[in-house]
Design a protein around this ligand. Sequence first.
Ligand SMILES: Nc1ncnc2c1ncn2[C@@H]1O[C@H](COP(=O)(O)OP(=O)(O)OP(=O)(O)O)[C@@H](O)[C@H]1O
Ligand SMILES: [Mg+2]
Length: 264
Amino acid sequence: MTSQPTGGTVLELRGVGVSFGGLVALEDVSLAAAAGTVVGVIGPNGAGKTTLFNVVCGFVEPNAGAVLFEGSPLRPRPHRLASQGIARTLQGVGLFRGLTVLENVMAGATHSARAGLVSAMLGLPRSDRDERRLRDEAMTLLDELGVAEHARAWPDTLPYAVGKRVALARALVARPRLLLLDEPAGGLGGDDVDELAALIVDLPARASAGCSVMLVEHHMDLVMKVCDQIVVLDFGRVVASGTPGEIRDNPAVAEAYLGAEVQS
Ligand SMILES: Nc1ncnc2c1ncn2[C@@H]1O[C@H](COP(=O)(O)OP(=O)(O)OP(=O)(O)O)[C@@H](O)[C@H]1O
Ligand SMILES: [Mg+2]
């Protein structure tokens, strides 16, 4: 857990509702994520976690309520998220197969830097200095995440846990102020989950790209370990919200999970 001084609210949802046809996926969901913290969204299958994630990414447009980023209304556009100060990793790994690890991370940079990369790949004139700076930043991130030795490798050849770290580096290279992680521990074994937990806890305080984090996750151990605040969804509604300790002791949460997973 981080003990960062909080600098206001980075992300706020006010009364967000999403329906798919007749099915209500989210109803009157409100939450506030303090800057410099890690917020976890948990809940049983079908609770609306991915839908909430997709609302913040702009994949799903809510039919009620508002989303605010750093105090201003956010109209998220998936392809413009990076320039809006938000980055995400998707479930699984999702690296570009035709690019090396280093190029994958460079491709995650902000819009303007990406234009540089595209021109680089097309052999167009470009600023060598920008290119070099971006390359250095990408290498630094790979190094910080402990996977620099794989910089020249192709994604297909990477162990799964390494691929997940590369995807994290790609999200961080854009220097997001909010990082959204969809099931970051999905498919990882015990030791890898512990290492990932240590990485996530450090994100808000990182010198180069300190940012707030919101993660959607099934892995209760990880959530309990890394989150400052946890929001519990059940049937599309917020049934509890609080610190890991409060959530662990909350009967409504135990009920949502039928008492099973919560007893980590
Ligand atoms: N595009 C869609 N069209 C119709 N219904 C959807 C769509 N996306 C999600 N749903 C429904 O909305 C509800 C919430 O789904 P969501 O995927 O957000 O849950 P979840 O908490 O992420 O579940 P899981 O833990 O299984 O990933 C579910 O009943 C789901 O079937
Ligand atoms: Mg989901």
